[in-house]
Design a protein around this ligand. Structure first.
Ligand SMILES: Cc1cc2nc3c(=O)[nH]c(=O)nc-3n(C[C@H](O)[C@H](O)[C@H](O)COP(=O)(O)OP(=O)(O)OC[C@H]3O[C@@H](n4cnc5c(N)ncnc54)[C@H](O)[C@@H]3O)c2cc1C
Length: 471
């Protein structure tokens, strides 16, 4: 992180007399030490030290991320784009190889009518995988494992900068005078100059937000599903290879699914409108998944499972005087890159409080624009996913997408338009706005329309598809 610019220093000096400004000894409470909470603590300590400002940061989280199974895990697919890994490195958050595995160099798109492998369009568009906890239930002792938890690593960085980690659950939040006050599991009360809510979407704490300010409403949410399936390293290599496998198949309630190789395990993630155990069973038993997995594999055999909530967007007005909501509790990206959104909101909130104060005015001016950009992009994301759902329900469209992608991957066409659109959509490497604008290019629209019409025409007349004829 570079030195602050002079105008910014002046701005901070101007507001230094304001009661809603941090000063030496100001106390900040951060509820939740997932990616958003730990990164906020890291940034706020880092930035305030640039101004010679000594703030005290308490970071609350009951989870021990070295524990295996759901109790020590923040329940996520763990896909991180290479560009985010690079951005974090520039910020001083350098993820070691035990935390971020860069083995994934391609993905395979599976549909009801066939599959296609898509290689990374560009080096910086590679994807990495992380574990959000100590590993699946029953996984080997950590000493043997080449993996360390991403969340534990971020927490350690925050503590290294001076944050005080308190392993406790916050049971309630309220206002005490003009200051926010929290009550922990032991019944102890603490009030703070600033309270940062980074407790994600799975926390019952969301029920208390209205007591801070009635206009604050938590984000909409849905259920997602995760299962960890042990296959062993050899079978992971032969079955999944170094690819993330994504599925655009027609399973009721499911928007999309991914199977991600992680060491000896395959992480199965399902996102959609209504995910429950039956949806996951139906997906695991679908012909597409059965064809991919080893013959002797039992779809009902898995080592770890959870049905976490998935944040579907923004909290309404995620701030008030001395309170700010970040990460999933404040705003996130639709279906993708929640860790990237946690980074963006954590950094923006830290900059707002250090440079401009902890009042609602500061958050409205310097934090809300970042949230608005995420929200706007999510609106476009909804359109992108609506089109994807039409394609999922219409087999000729699935065939057209597969054919265009195969043609690009076989380098018949020099431009990889469809491959790049799909890559960015499934990995979250680019904003939805960028993906959408790319699909509006006349050449892309023309190629898609011609392929679709040809596919429908041939399928009707001969029962074979255009690409089968080409082969
Ligand atoms: C199925 C699924 C797959 C996903 N896959 C990906 C993916 O591949 N890539 C990606 O980037 N994102 C993914 N996400 C999204 C990602 O998990 C979140 O966006 C990200 O974890 C948000 O970080 P956070 O710090 O805001 O919240 P969280 O990671 O949820 O962390 C919140 C923390 O707060 C703590 N906490 C909660 N309540 C309290 C309390 N009362 N007191 C104290 N502490 C508390 C919790 O223990 C937790 O550690 C996925 C989500 C789901 C559901």
């Amino acid at each position: 992180m570079g030195q602050p610019k002079t105008s910014v220093v002046a701005d901070r000096k101007d507001s230094a007399s304001d009661a809603l400004t941090l000063r030496d000894g100001s106390r900040i409470g951060v509820v939740g030490a997932g990616p958003a909470g730990s990164m906020f603590a890291f940034f706020v300590l880092e930035m305030s030290s640039h101004f010679g400002l000594k703030v005290l940061v308490d970071l609350y989280d009951p989870r021990d991320f070295s524990v295996r199974g759901p109790a020590g895990c923040n329940m996520c697919g763990g896909i991180v784009s290479e560009s985010l890994v690079q951005i974090l490195a520039v910020e001083g958050i350098i993820l070691p190889p035990q935390v971020v595995q860069r083995g994934i160099d391609s993905y395979v798109l599976h549909t009801d009518v066939g599959s296609v492998r898509i290689d990374t369009p560009l080096e910086e568009k590679r994807i990495a995988a992380v574990h959000r906890g100590g590993g699946p239930t029953g996984s080997r002792e950590l000493d043997d494992s080449p993996w360390n938890s991403f969340d534990e690593y971020l927490q350690t960085l925050a503590v290294g900068r001076g944050a005080f980690l308190i392993r406790s659950t916050i049971k309630s939040i309220r206002r005490h005078g003009d200051r926010p006050e929290i009550v922990d599991a032991a019944g102890d009360r603490s009030d703070y100059d600033l309270l940062v809510i980074a407790s994600g979407i799975n926390s019952p704490l969301n029920e208390f937000t209205a007591s801070l300010d009635p206009s604050i409403k938590p984000p909409a949410q849905k259920r997602a599903g995760i299962r960890e399936v042990f296959l062993g390293e050899d079978r992971i290599g032969s079955v999944l290879g170094s690819s993330m496998h994504t599925f655009m198949v027609n399973v009721p309630g499911m928007e999309f699914a991914a199977i991600i190789p992680k060491g000896e395990y395959a992480s199965v993630c399902l996102l959609g409108k209504s995910i429950n155990r039956e949806t996951i069973d139906r997906f695991m038993e679908s012909p597409t998944v059965r064809n991919l997995m080893p013959e002797e594999w039992d779809p009902r055999n898995f080592q770890c499972r959870c049905l976490p909530k998935l944040a579907m967007g923004a909290a309404s007005r995620p701030y008030a005087d001395r309170v700010v909501f970040i990460g999933d509790a404040g705003n996130t990206r639709l279906y993708k890159d929640g860790i990237g959104a946690a980074y963006k909101t954590a950094k923006a909130a830290a900059a707002a409080v250090v440079l401009h104060g902890v009042g609602a005015r500061s958050f409205r001016k310097y934090y809300a624009p970042v949230c608005r950009r995420l929200t706007f992009d999510n609106h476009i994301g909804r359109v992108v996913f609506f089109v994807a759902s039409l394609i999922r329900h219409f087999k000729p469209a699935q065939r057209a997408v597969l054919w265009m992608t195969r043609q690009e991957q076989n380098k018949v066409s020099s431009e990889r338009q469809m491959s790049t659109v799909l890559w960015d959509m499934f990995t979250g490497s680019a904003p939805y706005r960028e993906i959408f604008l790319r699909t509006l290019r006349p050449k892309f629209l023309w190629r898609t329309a011609v392929t679709l019409v040809t596919t429908v025409f041939m399928w009707r007349r001969t029962g074979i598809t255009y690409w089968q004829r080409q082969a």
